[in-house]
Design a protein around this ligand. Structure first.
Ligand code: GLU
Length: 256
């Protein structure tokens, strides 16, 4: 299988922006194992800005563009350094791909991205994608990695997109506010009612939220790729998913 896994900042970092070492170590171990089992694994990783915030000892995520871009430049190094180190322990070579929305709009750049990605997979590397936050301004950026990961999954014809989040999946109501909220395990069609279930608040360090996840599901399922939202607090959940267990919320691809 060709699997794209997206991890959000809230999964990778503590609330203060510093690396959640135990979580990231476990994530790299599980991804390495799934790759050893013969799967093509592609990671879409957030965390550049969040980790930059931690490393620069800023009190909170900055609001102005230049500071966010500077934080991303610092944090992206930290991220890739960490991934390179941890995946090396399992003999896997990582590759960094930083892209923006405009790269998907230009045919040449889109083709180049796909060619590079295919070559990296042929070389048996583990590609790690993030938005190129240091140059991506409002007009050209995708803006959130949920959407970006769906665009990546579709472009390389992935079999499955998994969004690891700080929530178990999509609920019938906000589980933080409503004790009767239940997890929806399968969504076969993204109706207006499903879209209404998504609030739009993310965490303080990340950018996403359920709204961007539903948007990602729309892109992914419309283009032949199932998508799962699952809780990334224990990355071993990826084993359950590949074992076919019902985990989180699965959005089924549209049948044609
Ligand atoms: N590209 C951003 C970062 O690495 C994250 C975007 C997102 O959280 O969706 O900080």
């Amino acid at each position: 299988m060709r699997i794209v896994v997206k991890v959000g900042t809230s999964t990778l970092a503590h609330p203060n922006g510093l690396l959640n070492i135990r979580r990231v170590e476990e994530l790299c171990k599980v991804l390495s194992d799934l790759k050893n089992a013969g799967n093509d694994m592609i990671l879409v990783s957030s965390g550049a800005i969040g980790m930059g915030v931690g490393k620069l000892h800023l009190n909170s995520r900055p609001r102005d563009v230049a500071s966010k871009q500077a934080a991303a430049a610092v944090g992206q190094c930290e991220l890739m350094y960490t991934y390179d180190k941890l995946f090396s322990e399992y003999n896997h070579t990582v590759a960094q791909l930083l892209i923006t929305g405009s790269d998907f709009e230009s045919k040449d750049r889109y083709d180049n991205f796909i060619n590079t990605m295919n070559k990296l997979l042929e070389f048996s590397t583990l590609p790690i994608v993030n938005e190129n936050d240091t140059v991506a301004t409002e007009e050209i950026k995708v803006g959130d990695n949920d959407t970006l990961s769906a665009m990546v999954a579709v472009s390389i014809h992935a079999d499955l997109l998994i969004l690891l989040s700080d929530i178990d999946g999509l609920f019938t109501a906000d589980p933080h506010k409503d004790r009767d909220a239940t997890l929806i395990s399968v969504v076969s069609e993204i109706t207006d009612d499903i879209k209404k279930l998504a609030g739009d608040k993310g965490t303080t360090l990340g950018t996403g939220g359920m709204k961007t996840k539903i948007h990602a599901a729309e892109i992914s399922t419309a283009n032949g790729c199932d998508m799962i939202i699952a809780n990334g607090s224990d990355p071993k959940i990826l084993y359950d998913i590949l074992d076919g267990k019902s985990v989180g919320t699965r959005f089924l691809k549209k049948r044609v």
